[in-house]
Design a protein around this ligand. Structure first.
Ligand code: FES
Length: 354
């Protein structure tokens, strides 16, 4: 166990360890420090400075998310100087983009909006200077509006450090800085695999799920936690439901194993089959050359009768079984057991080998 020592935050003695930042030590005690660029599971970069705090004997305000604690450190999180600085930073961020909450998909779930509200800022004191970038809506899954981007870099870090796809980075310099794939291309023309992690990481409305646009406000959406059925990993996901329909899929990193909030393109965007009119909802049995709807009991009886008669007529090795990557290890185990012990053949394989 690492050594612990005491620091003072807002007059309160707080236990801390050397590997902690001021932000971690404060949050461990329920002390509020706002953040924007900080994102759990990724490197702290100190990009937004919204977490500025005063540290005794420091020359200037410091970013709580990057500053490690030291024994005897004295920190103040809510002096006038700190609150003024944070307010100025939030106003500058607001003024440097087109944060139009009326039509923004993130309205009600936007970290910048929350900060503006919490600080009681009715209007930034600076002229709003939207960069005027065209929106990227060229693919069916992710929409990007860089006019809302606050350059926090959360999407860049989740893409590079957690998903390890290394698609996103910063380009250009100064006020022209922007985030995106190489050569400023659209997602669809890049190496993006559409895992959607950048959408989850975005604290504002710069990167959103395109299919979910205008399909329900965050407060109208209910979440149903489920296990992805696309493969046997068992990723935990939240189906976001509006008006009885899945409008998007998210995943909570706090749930932990097995996916820690990550999803693949299928789990993230492959849910439109659920409401598709062509979706099979009952088994079908071909009768006189025509597929007809049947009950599950009828279907199972039909299958077992056919398997028994084929086995009797042609022997067990005339039957082969192909299992699926969409079921669990346990179900695959049971399937091979069924083929070997019940049918009596070793003709068993798995679609993942094809
Ligand atoms: Fe600390 Fe952005 S949250 S600098």
């Amino acid at each position: 166990m690492s050594e612990t020592f005491t620091i003072n935050i807002d007059g309160k003695e707080v236990e801390a360890t050397p590997e902690q930042t001021i932000l971690e030590a404060a949050r461990g005690q329920g002390i509020y420090i706002p953040t924007l660029c900080h994102y759990k599971g990724t490197t702290n970069v100190g990009a937004c400075r919204v977490c500025s705090v005063e540290v005794e004997n420091a020359r200037s305000l410091v970013a709580a998310c990057t500053m490690p604690v030291n024994p005897g450190m004295v920190v103040k999180t809510n002096t006038e100087r700190v609150l003024d600085a944070r307010r100025l930073i939030v106003e500058l961020i607001w003024a440097s983009g087109d944060h139009n909450c009326l039509t923004c998909e993130q309205n009600g779930s936007c970290e910048l909006q929350d900060l503006v509200y919490r600080m009681g800022i009715e209007k930034p004191r600076f002229e709003i200077d939207s960069p005027g970038y065209p929106q990227e809506i060229s693919n069916t899954m992710i929409a990007r509006d860089l006019n809302k981007c606050i350059l926090c870099g959360r999407c860049v870090r989740i893409c590079n450090e957690v998903q390890v796809h290394e698609v996103l980075d910063f380009s250009m310099r100064g006020s022209k800085s922007k985030v995106g794939p190489a050569f400023d291309s659209d997602y669809i023309d890049s190496n993006c695999v559409f895992c959607g992690a950048c959408v989850d990481a975005c604290p504002v409305g710069a990167i959103t799920f395109k299919q979910a646009r205008f399909q329900g406000r965050p407060w109208e959406i209910s979440k149903v936690r489920t296990t992805c059925a696309y493969c046997g990993v068992g990723c935990q996901m939240d189906l976001n439901i509006y008006d009885g329909k899945i409008v998007k899929v998210t995943s909570d990193p706090e749930v932990g194993l097995p996916n820690h909030g990550s999803l693949c393109v299928k789990g993230r965007f492959g849910m439109d089959f659920v409401h598709h009119p062509d979706r099979l909802k009952t088994p079908l049995i071909r009768k006189k050359g025509k597929l007809e709807e049947a009950t599950w009991d009828e279907a199972f009886d039909y299958i077992s009768d056919k398997l028994a008669s084929i086995k009797e007529e042609h022997g067990p090795d005339s039957i082969a079984g192909l299992s699926s990557a969409r079921v669990t290890n346990e179900e695959n185990y049971l399937f091979q057991k069924f083929m070997r012990a019940v049918i009596g053949t070793n003709n068993v394989d798995h679609c993942a080998r094809l």
